[in-house]
Design a protein around this ligand. Structure first.
Ligand code: ZN
Ligand code: ZN
Length: 410
């Protein structure tokens, strides 16, 4: 065949698309009762938006972003994540002067040029939430609670890890201490980390390289460098999570790969994917809106990886559903068409064989479609003015006098 999907891109076809739908529906159901409203944002933006928000020195921007020039000579990027666009829209539409606080959610494809592997595609899907305008730790607790409720509703087993990475006041001190320590061990760091050392030393903390991990074991911890405000925020968050019965562990090495985070960061990890892997992550980003030209508005959010969660969901036993109308002859076919229309109007899944094949072939098809019932319209039924209803599970056949009776039986 001449054309296939591009490397790292996947078609989501049935039955896998049913898992996608289940995840999206469960997510929407949960976020709506927490007061979130949907935003539908563009999949491409000016590349500069991501340089300014995600950060010029991050792997995402330096190595993974799809960037191209459009026909008008603009530098465009396919969005590598959702928060930057949400913040851009929030500022552009002046929401921060209209609403005391704002809760938005989105679902859609993101794009990163990464090495493809199970659950990691170059086009991948995220469902995310953003809260704008709330600085109190209660908002952090609520967002983390919501995330855990979504994963629970999807039956995903997880552990929650939280950390605080401080603010623009306390992080520079930590950064200095970190650079100082890492510089003393420079020869033990991998090449990536050696070059990260000055630009983005926090990233060394979650390097997967064995010898880097060895170095990190003795590293100074951010939690020892937090200013009073950040420490109090983190302590209060822990208290609230305990009150809300959300189990967590404090992992001082979580830093997240994006520059915009402040104070709280968190990751939900699942064991089921062989190696431990993050299925949902987020944090607070109190300076991003100001940095992108909006007001001084605190914010936080998370994004959930739909592709990875699809791998975690079990294949469901297919339940028999709906009804197939088996017809014999032209008159019965026309009768059947009308019956199928009536049933569909009432919201029932109904199917008919337009090829008007033999009874036997229609029954075979009905079985293949996994329907629960078959309605038979043959000569006998036409003459007597009734339907025969057969249940696939019990094999029982009964006489039904009218559409109303049929609807009642279903
Ligand atoms: Zn601080
Ligand atoms: Zn490294």
């Amino acid at each position: 065949m001449e054309f296939k999907t591009v490397r790292g891109v996947e078609d989501v076809i049935p039955p896998k698309s049913e898992k996608f739908e289940k995840i999206a529906e469960t997510f929407k159901e949960k976020v709506k009762v927490y007061g979130f409203k949907e935003v539908i944002l563009p999949v491409f933006e000016e590349a500069g938006l991501f340089l300014r928000s995600v950060g010029e020195t991050t792997d995402i921007v330096q190595k993974e972003m799809y960037v191209f020039e459009d026909r008008g000579g603009r530098k465009i990027a396919l969005r590598p994540e959702g928060t930057a666009s949400a913040v851009r829209a929030y500022i552009q539409h002046g929401i921060y002067v209209k609403e005391p606080f704002t809760k938005w959610f989105y679902i859609g494809p993101m794009f990163r040029y990464e090495r493809p592997q199970a659950g990691r595609n170059r086009q991948f899907f995220q469902a995310g939430c953003e809260v704008f305008g709330l600085s109190s730790p209660g908002a952090d607790a609520e967002v983390i609670l919501l995330a855990s409720e979504i994963l629970k509703a999807l039956d995903v087993k997880f552990t929650l890890e939280i950390n605080s990475i401080g603010c623009e006041r306390c992080r520079p001190n930590y950064r200095r201490a970190l650079i100082e320590y890492l510089s003393s061990k420079k020869e033990s760091l991998c090449k990536d980390c050696q070059s990260r050392l000055e630009r983005n030393p926090l990233r060394v903390l979650d390097c997967k390289n064995e010898s880097c991990r060895e170095v990190v074991r003795e590293v100074p911890l951010i939690t020892d460098y937090l200013c009073n405000e950040c420490r109090e925020h983190f302590e209060r968050l822990k208290v609230l999570l305990k009150e809300l019965d959300v189990p967590f562990v404090h992992n001082p090495f979580i830093v997240r790969g994006l520059d915009y985070y402040t104070k709280t960061v968190f990751e939900f990890k699942s064991e089921n994917l062989g190696a431990q892997s993050t299925v949902l992550a987020g944090g607070r980003y109190d300076n991003l809106i100001k940095e992108l030209g909006g007001g001084d508005v605190p914010a936080l959010g998370f994004a959930m990886g739909i592709d990875r969660i699809m791998l975690l969901l079990p294949d469901e036993e297919k339940e028999r559903k709906g009804l197939f109308v088996v017809t014999g002859g032209e008159k019965a076919y026309l009768e059947g068409l009308k019956l199928v229309k009536t049933l569909r109007d009432k919201g029932f899944y109904a199917e008919i064989d337009h090829r008007q094949g033999s009874f036997k072939s229609q029954f075979k098809l009905a079985n293949k479609l996994n329907v629960k019932y078959v309605v038979i319209i043959g000569d006998e039924e036409l003459e007597g003015g009734f339907y025969s209803l057969k249940c696939f599970e019990t094999g029982k056949q009964e006489r039904i006098e009218s559409v109303a009776e049929l609807l009642a039986r279903l």
